[in-house]
Design a protein around this ligand. Structure first.
Ligand SMILES: CC(C)(COP(=O)(O)OP(=O)(O)OC[C@H]1O[C@@H](n2cnc3c(N)ncnc32)[C@H](O)[C@@H]1OP(=O)(O)O)[C@@H](O)C(=O)NCCC(=O)NCCS
Length: 184
């Protein structure tokens, strides 16, 4: 892939995050409610954290190991969140991760963006499996996955540690075959 991919949906554009997005990243990714249910969102979130994320998007694209997108509202061009695929090339699979700024919750944006990224992952990257996890209790994130046809495949007990606390997650998946069945 020569150029950084740009994905579009009815209301959103998903594209490479820009330096000019840094103020929105600090405002929206920096919200404690976003940090609370993500595995590794820094909190407090500072300009260097945003720069780290922009660099990760760029190097990930160049090495074809990560495809990280800023989620942008078509109507205003404003960055409202982030979503990405982190690849494990030897197994031809990727982990999907995402967040959306609190003022934009429950409007279907994450579901819409995830649909576009699943399509990109299976149809452009030719992945065999895409999976995602959410902390138990983060029902909203589970909804984003199931509304895109992802299937719960298990509970990973005390799989992560955040601060002093061990955290359990549910893992969801979609295989290439399952994705193709959904398109019929
Ligand atoms: C999870 C997150 C990305 C969802 O984004 P969003 O744009 O609000 O998601 P959507 O609007 O597409 O879908 C949310 C769905 O969850 C539902 N929902 C909201 N709160 C819920 C809850 N406590 N339990 C179950 N469902 C819930 C909404 O009603 C909606 O479903 P509907 O469209 O059928 O009504 C967003 O809340 C977020 O960024 N949270 C913090 C970071 C995070 O948890 N990221 C995921 C890590 S795995």
């Amino acid at each position: 892939m020569k150029n950084y991919p740009i994905l579009t949906t009815q209301r959103l554009t998903l594209e490479q995050p820009r330096i000019t997005d840094i103020p929105n990243l600090i405002k929206y990714a920096g919200d404690g409610k976003v940090a609370a249910t993500t595995q590794n969102m820094p909190h407090p979130y500072q300009a260097e954290d945003a720069v780290f994320w922009l660099n990760m998007a760029n190097t990930g694209f160049l090495s074809q190991s990560k495809y990280i997108f800023g989620i942008r509202l078509k109507a205003t061009d404003e960055l409202i969140g982030g979503m990405g695929l982190h690849l494990t090339p030897e197994f031809n699979r990727a982990e999907l991760g995402y967040w959306v700024g609190v003022p934009f919750w429950n409007k279907g944006y994450a579901t819409e963006a995830a649909g576009a990224i699943l399509k990109f992952g299976f149809e452009q990257l030719k992945l065999n499996k895409i999976y995602a996890v959410h902390l138990i209790g983060n029902g909203s994130s589970g909804k984003v996955m199931t509304k895109n046809g992802m299937i719960k495949e298990g509970e990973l007990k005390e799989h992560y540690k955040k601060g002093d606390e061990y955290r359990s997650v549910y893992q969801y998946r979609l295989t290439k075959g399952e994705y193709e069945s959904l398109q019929k």
